[in-house]
Design a protein around this ligand. Structure first.
Ligand code: NAP
Length: 281
């Protein structure tokens, strides 16, 4: 039977460990500051932002949630970003995605100070990660790497397959796995014979956004399955991209949904804010 990688428990442990680092910073007169700009009233974004606020407050951060109407102009939003870039009390800054159509996401991402870019989406941070010298790392793949560490899953020389090539999950995940000396294949919607490609994997990371797409035909015996997918079904259930229940007897480790990658993503955002504040010292 597969061992569950308990993301919820690891996220709690990660945040507990951060408390001491926050206390050390406060002793030096620095309170980690996280500013989140939420544009409009997208229901999913509101839930994510509330989660971030809760985590930030429970860790004793200086937490700002800046809620602005969907009608805000790009120039006004840029002005806000600029103000937080210049605000000494703010160490981490993110603009919750998605943004309304009249605002260019790339322009906003580019305006964030790379040193404060706790989402790790700025091209400077993407580029540094690509070059093997990361400053800020996208939180989902960062959290997945922490899972491998926690469960002593050695990546060196292993075959890793990442399904999905987005800038926020698939690509940075592939980079981090390469840095950890795995041999990485990146698969996507044009990949031929996807189940066959996936069956090569000792480590299979799935980030597609299609409920239960990855079945037991995609996995080889003993593989480690990391499922980053988050899909809401019409019946209200929340499921991943992998049909984990039918893989249980085949694979060695597996992440649940919910309670797997999601909580770690949140925890790594907090850790990255602390890291940004520590760099200030
Ligand atoms: P995205 O930007 O939509 O990218 C999806 C990727 O999956 C694309 O590269 C796409 O390929 C690939 N894909 C789509 N259909 C496919 C198919 N039939 N076969 C193979 N590949 C296919 O999504 P994302 O932002 O990376 O997110 C992926 C999933 O992770 C979503 O469920 C999202 O909610 C979840 N997520 C979770 C967290 C978390 O905290 N747990 C954070 C971020 C995202 P092409 O490039 O060829 O189109």
């Amino acid at each position: 039977m597969a061992k569950m990688i308990d993301g919820k428990a690891l996220a709690t442990k990660t945040k507990e460990a951060l408390k001491q680092r926050v206390a050390d910073l406060k002793n030096k007169g620095i309170t980690p500051g996280l500013a989140v700009i939420l544009v409009g009233e997208n229901p999913a974004s509101q839930i994510y932002v509330r989660g971030k606020e809760k985590d930030a407050k429970s860790l004793g951060f200086h937490s700002i949630i800046d809620r602005v109407p969907a009608t805000i102009s790009q120039e006004e939003l840029l002005e806000k970003v600029k103000n937080y870039n210049n605000d000494e009390k703010i160490h981490g800054l993110l603009v919750q995605l998605p943004l309304p159509k009249h605002i260019d996401k790339e322009v906003i991402t580019l305006a964030i100070d790379p040193q404060k870019d706790v989402d790790g989406f700025h091209p400077v941070n993407m580029g540094r990660l690509f070059m093997g010298d990361p400053l800020m790392i996208p939180c989902t793949p960062f959290g997945v790497m922490r899972m491998f560490e926690e469960y002593n899953l050695d990546l060196s020389g292993k075959e890793a397959v990442v399904i999905g090539r987005s800038n926020i999950v698939g690509k940075p995940m592939a980079n981090l796995l390469t840095m950890a000396n795995a041999t990485v294949t990146v698969a996507h919607s044009r990949t031929q014979n996807l189940p066959e490609v996936a069956r090569r994997a000792d480590i299979l990371v799935v980030a597609i956004g299609r409920a239960h797409f990855v079945t037991k035909d995609f996995v080889k015996k003993g593989a480690v399955i990391i499922d980053a997918g988050m899909n809401h079904l019409e019946n209200g259930k929340f499921v991943g991209d992998a049909k984990t229940e039918e893989m249980d007897q085949v694979v060695s480790f597996i992440t649940p949904t919910p309670g797997g990658v999601g909580p770690m993503t949140r925890a790594m955002l907090m850790e990255q804010t602390v890291i940004a504040a520590e760099r200030r010292v």
